[in-house]
Design a protein around this ligand. Structure first.
Ligand SMILES: *[C@@H]1O[C@H](CO)[C@@H](O)[C@H](O)[C@H]1NC(C)=O
Ligand SMILES: *[C@@H]1O[C@H](CO)[C@@H](O)[C@H](O)[C@H]1NC(C)=O
Ligand SMILES: *[C@@H]1O[C@H](CO)[C@@H](O)[C@H](O)[C@H]1NC(C)=O
Ligand SMILES: *[C@@H]1O[C@H](CO)[C@@H](O)[C@H](O)[C@H]1NC(C)=O
Ligand SMILES: *[C@@H]1O[C@H](CO)[C@@H](O)[C@H](O)[C@H]1NC(C)=O
Ligand SMILES: *[C@@H]1O[C@H](CO)[C@@H](O)[C@H](O)[C@H]1NC(C)=O
Ligand SMILES: *[C@@H]1O[C@H](CO)[C@@H](O)[C@H](O)[C@H]1NC(C)=O
Length: 262
């Protein structure tokens, strides 16, 4: 009852104050600080969540001298510091993102400040794969199919390829899927890259960077072919050498007999 009363009171007061932005990391803690312009002791503090621009949901707070009987889904993961006029919220999830209001009562007058909470989650290190065996359109040149994917990030992000010429890039698959529970994102993109020169590349999703891979390496004649050519060459040379040696060894003999017969 008391709570509803103050809630109404708060709604009546203008929301002219500037919004303070705050960022929290998924699963971590964040501290909402409610500024007070006066040095007078604060009688009451309410921290509320603004939903759909209108509805305000009580989260936590205090009221000196009055037992606050609050039911709130936030009860077990929030803690109010009466001297600091702050509230710690633990285990932040994506659904905590949004607008909050601090209502501080001094001499029965409310002072309102607003906090916009943004949540971030780092993507996993992207997995990068290549498949360069495929030929380009019409089999004209070599091309590489590259895939990049990462999971568990927030907000939604896109794949950024490092070191590739956008003119030679074609996106063939692009997927973003949201986890129903955690509301985090899995991003997956596959591109076809037309080879022009040997290139080192990596991909980034959000702030996470994959390892570097080499693509479009110049086909320095397949090693097996070179080895085969060398083996054959050595064999042929050996054969010639043997034949020549045989001829050379026989010639003195024949010339000797020739001399002898002369
Ligand atoms: C807070 O974020 C909003 C929306 O993202 C932006 O328009 C505003 O300028 C930011 N305010 C400050 C003080 O950074
Ligand atoms: C944190 O919140 C998630 C849901 O958002 C829950 O599954 C998990 O058990 C919580 N972790 C702790 C340590 O409370
Ligand atoms: C991509 O092509 C445009 C014109 O088609 C050219 O101006 C630009 O320099 C090219 N970019 C690269 C990185 O080669
Ligand atoms: C891939 O999908 C995301 C989200 O659906 C979109 O923002 C992005 O522009 C797309 N990228 C390309 C290259 O199509
Ligand atoms: C996620 O939710 C959507 C609709 O809310 C549903 O269609 C889809 O099947 C759900 N996916 C999973 C994996 O639960
Ligand atoms: C990403 O998409 C490619 C192409 O469809 C697929 O082969 C690969 O398994 C996907 N990776 C993940 C992690 O979903
Ligand atoms: C790619 O990286 C390798 C090893 O880091 C390096 O030897 C090579 O010169 C690089 N190639 C290009 C085209 O930058």
């Amino acid at each position: 009852m008391l709570f509803t009363f103050f809630l109404l009171l708060c709604v009546c007061v203008g929301d002219s104050d500037a919004v303070k932005n705050m960022t929290a990391v998924l699963g971590h803690s964040v501290t909402f600080r409610c500024p007070s312009k006066h040095s007078t002791p604060v009688e009451r503090l309410y921290i509320q969540r603004v939903k759909n621009d209108k509805v305000e949901e009580f989260i936590n707070g205090f009221s000196r001298g009055i037992e606050m009987n609050v039911f709130s889904e936030y009860w077990d993961r929030t803690k109010v510091d009466e001297t600091e006029l702050s509230m710690e919220m633990r285990n932040i999830s994506v659904s905590d993102e949004g607008l909050y209001k601090c209502v501080v009562f001094i001499n029965n007058k409310p002072e309102i400040s607003q906090i916009l909470l943004k949540v971030t989650a780092e993507y996993s290190v992207p997995t990068i794969t290549k498949d360069c065996s495929k030929l380009g359109d019409g089999g004209a040149g070599k091309s590489c199919q590259l895939s990049c994917s990462a999971a568990g990030g927030y907000p939604q992000s896109t794949v950024r390829w490092v070191g590739l010429n956008p003119n030679l890039t074609n996106v063939i698959y692009n997927m973003s899927s949201e986890d129903n529970e955690s509301k985090t994102w899995t991003i997956n993109q596959t591109i076809m890259y037309n080879c022009v020169q040997p290139t080192n590349t990596s991909c980034a999703i959000g702030g996470a960077l994959s390892h570097t891979i080499s693509i479009c390496e110049t086909e320095s004649f397949p090693l097996q072919v070179i080895t085969a050519i060398v083996v054959v060459l050595v064999f042929v040379l050996l054969l010639i050498f043997v034949v020549v040696m045989k001829c050379c060894c026989r010639r003195p003999q024949t010339s000797g007999t020739q001399e002898h017969t002369h």
